[in-house]
Structures are given as structure tokens and as C-alpha cells.
Design a protein around this ligand. Structure first.
Ligand code: ATP
Length: 377
């Protein structure tokens, strides 16, 4: 990213005053010292609109119990809460310090002042705070502003990726989103990040965040280039790019969950999905038989791997229904049992393949199949 000297912290008071829900935030700041922190401050400085707000409170969250829209979400270990004001949802945490009992483990957390809370964070650009009461002004003990202007991701200390290797995935996400570079020392430290010390769950959480990005393939390309996740195959970025693009176009948009499909595309596809991708069904009924067992996200991965016929499935074939039901077969004298299913399947196949239309023909074929007069596929 080109350096951005126009990032101007003296505009923060007016930008903060214009935030939606600012009255409620200031109400909270009258009860306990409250700070905008992390990505919220970074994005305000970058002039990004519609940002997510993160609020940190230097005090007991229970003291906020009476504040309008505030509720404690998880008491105990992680000391979090949530402020809901109409559409606006703001995460609230108690300022805290973290220490890591061993590499990759969940941190031990204890209440601590804002300076320590900032010192536990991932990158300097995410380690700034802005107080909502008292003396206004950016709190920036790690020179995040300078790095933000230079477009650099810099860790706060040399054990950062050892404590929490998922920060390497976070770095890829921010580098891709903002076009930032790794500060050279950070790049060296990152090359040593070992994601195998982290639980699959935590790595998955960060991969899902990558999947939610506008350009997930760009972030993933960095993860592959940096070599921090050996389980990723080199085909992942292009698979992800295809899935992300297809997910936002008809016939998949509105049916498939983009984030889920992209998350699936990140990992090596299941052998069965590769098989599905390589299949060449000759008839619609065959295609439906192959596709039906899978959900839309898995199907989109197979589509991205080459199964273009799945576009027809997504657009049309999956919607095809019979006019008759099992009741019609029972009324015509077929006993309840598996024959009903055989009959309906045969009629649906005929309909999909354009061999029959209308209720009467459906019933004729279904009855013939249920009576064993048509061989099953
Ligand atoms: P985004 O805009 O993608 O949500 P964010 O910066 O708000 O970015 P979150 O994942 O919501 O990211 O985290 C909020 C803040 O918490 C970050 O800005 C960072 O300061 C801190 N943080 C989150 N995860 C970590 C981590 N693994 N290690 C250190 N600090 C972290």
C-alpha cells in the first residue's frame, strides 16, 4: 500500500462524535473508563465507513448492568459483553492482559489496565485505543499510527507468533485486505510460525475469517507463499477464487452460503467431491442422483473443480417436483412400503429427463415401477 500521510488523528474527535450510538457509548464511559480499541480505531483512521466497533472497559463489566442495551455475554474467564442498540451491535470486553502457558495454547487472562490490554494485541496497527471520556486523543504506545501510514504489519514483540501462530493467518488477512506489507523483522518471525501447535478449531476460526473477506484468494495466496500452513495445497488459492466468484453469481447466489463454501474450498477437497467433479452424467436424472446427497457448499466446490453441469442442477433440476404423491399410489392400490418410493423415483426420473409430463403420465409410470413392470435403474 502506498504510504498514507493523509491519515489524520486530529480528525478522530469529530469522527468519533459522528459514530452511530455514540451517546450510549458515552453513557457507558461515564460509568467506567471506556475505549474504542483494535480494528475500530484502525478503520476510523483509515476512513472506513460502517466499521465494527470494539469497546474495552477498564473496570468491572457488571457495573454496566443498568446501561441501556447492555448485557453480559460470558462471565468469568473472558469477561465479555454486548451492547445492542437497534441494528448496532458492539462487542464489549474488560481490558485485560494475556499470558501464554505454552506455544499455541489459549491464553490465561486477567484484568489489567488499557496499556497492558494494548500490549497483548497482534499488530501495532491494531494496538491503538481512543478514550471516550476524559482527555481526548489517540493512545498509541506501539507507534501503530506510523505503521498505518506506512502500510506495515508489525508484531509487538518477538514471541508473538510463538504465543499465537494464528496471528500469521490474521496477518495474511490484513495484508490482503489493506494491501499492507510485513515489516521485515515481522516477516522473519512469521516464517517461523508453527500452526501445528494450535488446535484445529482455532485455525479454522481464522480460516473462516479469511473466507469472509472480499478477496479470500489473495489472503490465501499469501498463506501459501509464506509457507506457514503446510496442510494447504498449492491449488487452494485458485479453487477459493473460483468458489468466491461463482458464489456471488446466479444460479448459486442466494442458495449457497458463500463463507461456508469458501471455507470448504480452502481445505483439500474430499475424494468424493473430486469424484463428483469428474462425473459426466448423461441424463438430468443421473445428475440429480449424484448431486442430491450433497449440500450446496460442497456442490459449489465440485462445480469450481469442473462440474459445469451442476449449474443446471442449481438453476433448475433441484426444483423439479412431481404433481403426484405417495398418497396417489396408495389410493391406486399399492401397499405402503418401499414400492411407493421406487414408483415416485421412476416418475421423477422420467420427468427430469423429459420423458413424461402431466399428472396422468406421472401416475402411469409410478404405478408401473411400483408394480415391478419397469426395471429399476
Ligand atoms: P476485522 O476488521 O477483521 O474484524 P479486527 O481488528 O476488528 O478486524 P477481530 O478479530 O475482531 O479483528 O479482533 C479485534 C481486535 O482484537 C484486533 O484488532 C486485535 O487487536 C485483537 N486480536 C484479535 N485476535 C487476536 C490475536 N489472535 N492476537 C492478538 N490480538 C488479537
Amino acid at each position: 500500500m502506498p504510504s498514507s500521510p493523509q491519515i489524520d488523528p486530529s480528525r478522530l474527535p469529530e469522527l468519533v462524535a459522528a459514530l452511530p450510538g455514540i451517546e450510549a457509548l458515552q453513557g457507558i464511559a461515564e460509568i467506567a473508563p471506556a475505549y474504542l480499541v483494535g480494528g475500530a480505531v484502525r478503520d476510523l483512521l483509515l476512513g472506513i465507513e460502517g466499521l465494527d466497533l470494539d469497546l474495552a472497559i477498564d473496570g468491572d463489566l457488571e457495573a454496566l448492568a443498568g446501561a441501556p442495551g447492555f448485557q453480559i455475554e460470558r462471565e468469568g474467564l473472558f469477561l465479555t459483553g454486548r451492547l445492542e442498540l437497534g441494528d448496532l451491535k458492539i462487542d464489549v470486553t474488560r481490558t485485560r492482559s494475556e499470558s501464554y502457558p505454552r506455544p499455541g495454547a489459549l491464553p490465561e487472562v486477567r484484568p489489567a489496565p488499557i496499556a497492558e490490554d494494548l500490549a497483548r494485541r497482534d499488530f501495532t496497527v491494531n494496538a491503538m485505543a481512543y478514550p471516550l471520556a476524559g482527555e481526548a486523543g489517540l493512545i498509541d504506545p506501539h507507534n501503530g499510527l506510523e505503521d498505518l501510514r506506512a502500510g506495515l504489519l508489525r508484531v509487538l514483540h518477538e514471541r508473538s507468533f510463538i504465543d499465537d501462530p494464528t496471528r500469521a493467518l490474521r496477518a495474511a488477512r490484513y495484508a490482503a485486505r489493506f494491501g499492507f506489507d510485513l515489516e521485515p523483522e515481522t516477516a522473519k518471525l512469521l516464517a517461523e510460525a508453527d500452526l501445528s501447535t494450535v488446535s484445529d478449531d482455532r485455525a479454522q476460526t481464522e480460516l473462516r475469517r479469511i473466507a469472509a473477506e472480499a478477496d479470500p484468494a489473495k489472503a490465501l495466496q499469501l498463506v501459501v507463499e509464506w509457507g506457514v500452513m503446510p496442510t494447504l495445497d498449492s491449488g487452494a488459492p485458485s479453487r477459493v477464487a473460483d468458489v468466491a466468484r461463482l458464489a456471488s453469481e446466479p444460479p448459486w447466489v442466494g442458495w449457497v452460503d458463500r463463507e461456508l463454501a469458501v471455507t470448504l474450498a480452502i481445505v483439500r477437497p474430499l475424494p468424493q467431491i473430486r469424484e463428483l467433479a469428474a462425473a459426466t452424467p448423461e441424463r438430468a436424472s443421473q445428475a440429480v442422483g449424484l448431486a442430491n446427497p450433497w449440500d450446496s457448499a460442497q456442490l459449489l466446490v465440485a462445480r469450481a473443480l469442473g462440474a459445469e453441469w451442476l449449474d443446471r442442477y442449481a438453476a433448475d433440476w433441484r426444483h423439479v417436483r412431481l404433481e403426484i404423491t405417495g398418497e396417489d399410489l396408495i389410493a391406486a392400490g399399492i401397499p405402503e412400503g418401499p414400492e411407493i418410493g421406487h414408483g415416485l423415483d421412476a416418475a421423477l426420473s422420467g420427468k427430469l429427463d423429459g420423458e413424461l409430463s402431466g399428472r396422468d403420465e406421472e401416475l402411469r409410470i409410478a404405478l408401473a415401477a411400483a408394480r415391478g413392470e419397469i426395471p429399476e435403474d
